[in-house]
Design a binder for this molecule. Structure first.
Ligand SMILES: [Fe+2]
Ligand SMILES: [Fe+2]
Length: 397
């Protein structure tokens, strides 16, 4: 996940600028019907609600189904992770601090990074902060019923996945942070304050401890981060920092493997329980994918600008074409294709309604995004602590 990946813009990021109309209460996989067409009975009809958040919404039968995926996880999904010895490490991209010419190499790095404009740095900072909040994402996976790592060192395929995935992801924030520190281009203290605040705030992806919802969320989010890091790689190359381009590209290729893994889990859910999976997909899309860093705060942005830091970061990501509402719609299209939603045979009722809703959604999102773009305050700027309070353009002029 971009880290469960990050995030981003307009509709994609906040869910406030472009709120999707939805009818009534959201449907939830476990409460969609008392008996599904595939004959799966549902034992849980009343969800637990705490502080307005729905908890443990999955039924016993679906929980069993998830537990039954253990061997599939072990044989088909976990091998998508790379053995440690085959993984890149942050130091592969950095001047070796034990080398006698370390300082010369740092000098070269700093020279090279002078080409990076402030808007690139702001987007990179937001992406890095998102990656650095990895403890939150590991926690999120370990809230999921039936698949969580019960001990912290569980030998189950699920526990092994979660720890190894986290370990792969940990390199992302690490390399981004070290590289930016060496460039001298970013106010690292402001970045660190934002990271500490974000981890302290956590996130509520609205996945209800429900692995169906959780893995749909991560399927979406890993693809979002792949797109975003792929674009920061391309932009770094255009600006003239080829090493930074390689760094971002290497992160994007990790995200691509992670995306495959999570989508493979959901492939199986659709195969074994098309109705429940369809309702879960519709539910996550109705609620919108909450971006992992939506609670970011640098302690000064609001006071200085009267604006929300995450919204402003998202606006810059959108304007620079790093991650946009159109990417959000494209990710939906990808998932619709991947899970054969148009051809999926589901029973009448909630599953059919979800299917219809999901199939229409990408184009609705694109229309809403076009309208939102037309309404944007052209030429609007904001100051970012991450680049020493300098002004950065939010919307095109
Ligand atoms: Fe990721
Ligand atoms: Fe990541």
């Amino acid at each position: 996940m971009h880290g469960i990946g990050r995030s981003v813009s307009g509709i994609a990021s906040q869910g406030s600028a472009l709120r999707l109309p939805s009818k009534g209460r959201p449907c939830v996989a476990s409460r969609s019907a008392l008996v599904t067409p595939s004959g799966m009975p549902l034992t849980k009809t009343s969800p637990i609600i705490m502080d307005g958040q729905v908890l443990h919404s999955i039924s016993e039968e679906r929980l069993e189904l998830c537990r039954g995926l253990h061997d599939y996880m072990r044989d088909e999904v976990n091998p998508i992770l790379k053995p440690v010895e085959k993984c890149w490490q942050p130091t592969d991209f950095l001047p070796a601090s034990e080398d006698p010419d370390f300082l010369d190499k740092v000098h070269d790095l700093r020279q090279r990074s002078t080409c990076l404009p402030d808007d690139y740095l702001v987007v990179f900072a937001g992406d890095m902060i998102t990656e650095e909040a990895l403890p939150t994402y590991m926690t999120m996976l370990n809230t999921l019923d039936g698949v969580r790592d019960e001990t912290g060192a569980a030998k189950t395929a699920w526990g092994i996945w979660t720890r190894a995935w986290t370990a792969e992801e940990n390199r992302h924030g690490d390399i981004m942070n070290k590289y930016m520190y060496l460039t001298g281009r970013m106010n690292m203290r402001a970045v660190e304050v934002t990271i500490q605040n974000l981890i302290g705030s956590g996130m509520d992806p609205k996945t209800e401890n429900n692995p169906y919802l959780g893995f749909i969320y991560t399927s979406f989010q890993e693809r979002a981060t792949k797109i975003s890091h792929g674009n920061t790689a391309r932009h770094a190359l255009e600006h003239g920092d080829d090493i930074l381009a390689k760094i971002c590209g290497s992160i994007a290729s990790d995200e691509a493997r992670h995306e495959q893994a999570y989508q493979k889990i959901v492939d199986k859910l659709f195969e074994l329980d098309p109705d429940g999976s369809m309702v879960a997909f519709g539910d996550m899309m109705k609620k919108q994918i909450v971006m992992p860093a939506h609670l970011m705060d640098d302690n000064v942005h609001k006071a200085n600008t009267g604006r929300n830091l995450f919204a402003d970061f998202s606006a810059v990501a959108e304007r620079t074409g790093t991650y946009t509402a159109f990417d959000y719609a494209d990710i939906m299209d990808h998932l619709i294709k991947r899970w054969h939603i148009a051809d999926l045979s589901v029973g009448a009722g909630d599953a059919a309604a979800s299917q219809e809703y999901v199939l229409k959604l990408p184009n609705r999102i694109r229309k809403l995004a076009e309208r939102a773009n037309a309404r944007k305050d052209k030429g609007k700027k904001s100051n970012f602590s991450w680049v020493f309070g300098r002004e950065v353009l939010l919307n095109t002029v």
